[in-house]
Design a protein around this ligand. Structure first.
Ligand SMILES: [Zn+2]
Ligand SMILES: [Zn+2]
Length: 376
């Protein structure tokens, strides 16, 4: 290709398809030095994008272009984000360059264009593979990172990632620490009120944790029934045999969960859990379990069923379950409900099936990262 001293970036052609029948010139009129030419195949572009289909096959002026593999015509496309547009076209053309890992910020920019041109069917698997090349988010940048993944999954229209990443936000996001970074990271992509919906989901989960923590006291009683009493109306009620040591044990548990704000009737004096991520509350509960373990007492009566109960283990299992039962948001429902998030916060969607993806949940951090199980 001829080039002279006034050569600009737009003189360089990126061959996405060497036999492409169109030169797509992307950029802004005001900044021709940033423009770029992509040699593309219009059949693949019109296949994946309704926008390009309407433009190239419709009755617009562009539709009348004399497409040619030997002498491709040039089409100017007004695009602000040349870099992201290049990546988008590379993805659509299965270019090797698109397989390189990109920054989250670039991912969101590509997502914005994918949404604008309606290319979601072509970009979803690219988004998946980009995420799988990433490490779980770190604490320091969690707010903005998880916001970027949520925003991208919304724009790329991938319900599984949206569910996993919103779940990770409910589990881990500290509104006090990174609420602002989270809000800023989401931009205005999601319906208004979404941040409050995440907060509401956290509160709903914390309330469920409180209930569970309170109900646990009942579960600390042995299930074996040795004695019955008969009520005046004749009904028999089984009474569990509880040894003397059980009441100090329960008192210790109740005061511990009360102190961390997880006792249902916690009034004044209990810790306030507003803005606490679910994981932090669960961590506190695991600490209670550790404390119980340290001080387990035994009455040394071999018939005692109470002392055989491993309350530390029960608390730990409950804590694990509470974390796992935390739900993310259902993307189709968020789209359908608009701002009406109250119905969705922290609730499992009963309408749309979201297939859990363990690889993804490891990336978003919504499950503990464990080495993968080998099938043999
Ligand atoms: Zn005992
Ligand atoms: Zn749903």
């Amino acid at each position: 290709m001829a080039s002279d001293s006034s050569a600009t970036a737009s003189d360089t052609v990126i061959n996405l398809d060497p036999n492409g029948d169109l030169l797509l010139k992307i950029g802004k009129m005001e900044t021709p030095e940033k423009a770029r030419q992509l040699r593309i195949s219009t059949s693949i572009m019109t296949l994946v994008s309704p926008f390009f289909k309407a433009m190239l096959k419709g009755n617009f002026q562009e539709g009348q272009l004399a497409l040619s593999e030997t002498n491709p015509p040039t089409l100017d496309l007004d695009v602000e984000d040349v870099e992201a547009m290049t990546t988008l076209c590379q993805i659509i053309h299965h270019g090797r360059a698109a397989q390189q890992p990109v920054h989250l910020e670039h991912l969101v920019r590509v997502a914005t264009l994918s949404d604008m041109y309606g290319c979601q069917s072509a970009t979803a698997s690219w988004f998946h593979s980009q995420l799988l090349q990433r490490l779980p988010p770190t604490d320091a940048t969690f707010g903005e990172d998880i916001a970027a993944v949520i925003r991208a999954s919304y724009l790329f229209d991938v319900p599984e990632v949206f569910y996993e990443s919103t779940k990770a936000a409910v589990q881990y996001l500290s509104m006090a620490k990174s609420g602002e970074a989270f809000r800023a990271g989401l931009g205005d992509t999601l319906p208004e009120g979404f941040v409050d919906a995440v907060k509401a989901a956290q509160m709903a989960r914390l309330q469920a944790i409180r209930r569970e923590c309170t109900d646990l006291v009942g579960k600390f009683l042995p299930s074996k029934i040795r004695r019955f009493i008969t009520l005046p109306d004749g009904t028999e009620v089984g009474i569990p045999d509880v040894c003397m040591l059980q009441s100090p044990r329960q008192a210790r548990y109740i005061s511990a969960v009360h102190a961390i704000g997880l006792w249902n009737q916690s009034g004044n004096g209990g810790k306030s859990l507003v803005g606490t991520p679910v994981k932090a509350a669960v961590e506190l509960l695991i600490q209670v379990a550790e404390m119980l373990k340290g001080g387990e007492m035994c009455c040394e009566d071999w018939r005692c069923d109470t002392c055989k109960l491993d309350s530390a283990y029960m608390v730990k299992e409950t804590a694990k379950e509470l974390l796992e039962k935390t739900h993310g948001f259902c993307l189709p429902c968020v789209r359908a409900e608009g701002k009406n998030f109250t119905r969705l916060a922290g609730v499992k969607c009963g309408v749309h099936e979201v297939y859990p993806d363990t690889a993804l949940s490891a990336v978003t951090g919504s499950t503990e990262l464990r080495p993968r199980q080998l099938p043999y």
